[in-house]
Write a protein that binds this ligand. Structure first.
Ligand code: PRT
Ligand code: ZN
Length: 195
């Protein structure tokens, strides 16, 4: 593989995929994405696009397997992989929030003391709790976190919301915001040495 080729990791299939590719095209890159290939070469520049899971993008970039990546700030901060944030985009906008059932006795963040909180973001949640001196059990759940209070698996959740419809549908209301997030462009710490 040509050493001078720049590799950019984007989400293969998900909420960030289309806008990420639109951004790269707006920067003059010409490529034909087919939805299958894990790697494609741009037609007009020495650039290769890697199509991967969003969760893996910080790892690819921090380990220099990709020079750049487009990923949610939420995922980047949760993974904690070392990389540089170059740009914040106006897509992928969402919030990581703590939510409780509408009829919950938990009225303020301090009310989370001793409670169980289900989340796919244990690192960010742990930091939030530590900063507020709150002791709570974190229940790690990968998906459909919003359903856990109904199943009595958790007293609260910490999850991403955008429109708020999923919270509404599951009789949940926001207690606090942990992080405001959007898609970001990250670069490898090694990138500067490559060119
Ligand atoms: O397959 P892969 O691992 O790559 O994708 P994924 O399923 O893990 O991620 P994906 O495509 O769902 O989201 C990618 C990124 O988009 C996230 O990491 C966020 O940065 C951003 N994003 C923006 C969102 C949302 N909006 C969002 N609404 N990520 C998830 N959601 C979920 C939310 O958790 C809720 O369950 O969508 C559901 C609906 O949200 P409401 O509030 O609009 O009802
Ligand atoms: Zn993912």
């Amino acid at each position: 593989m040509n050493k001078a080729t720049i590799k950019i990791a984007v989400q293969k299939s998900g909420r960030l995929s289309e806008a990420s590719l639109d951004f790269l095209r707006s920067q003059g890159l010409v490529f034909e994405e087919n939805g299958r290939s894990l790697m494609i070469a741009c037609e007009n520049k020495p650039v290769e696009l890697l199509f991967v899971r969003d969760d893996d993008i910080p790892e690819y970039v921090s380990r220099n397997a990709a020079d750049f990546g487009i990923v949610g700030k939420n995922v980047f901060l949760e993974k904690g992989a070392p990389a540089n944030v170059i740009q914040e985009f106006d897509f992928g906008i969402c919030e990581l929030v703590i939510a409780v059932p509408n009829d919950s006795n938990i009225k303020k963040p301090i009310g989370l003391e001793g409670m169980r909180i289900a989340s796919s973001y244990p690192v960010l949640l742990r930091r939030y709790l530590r900063e507020r001196d709150i002791n709570a059990a974190i229940i790690p759940i990968k998906g459909a976190v919003e359903v856990t209070p109904k199943l009595n698996l958790a007293d609260a959740i910490c999850d991403i919301t955008q429109t708020g419809n999923t919270l509404l549908e599951n009789d949940l209301k926001i207690l606090d915001t942990v992080l405001k997030s959007q898609a970001i462009l990250i670069s490898s710490n090694f990138t500067a040495f490559n060119f």
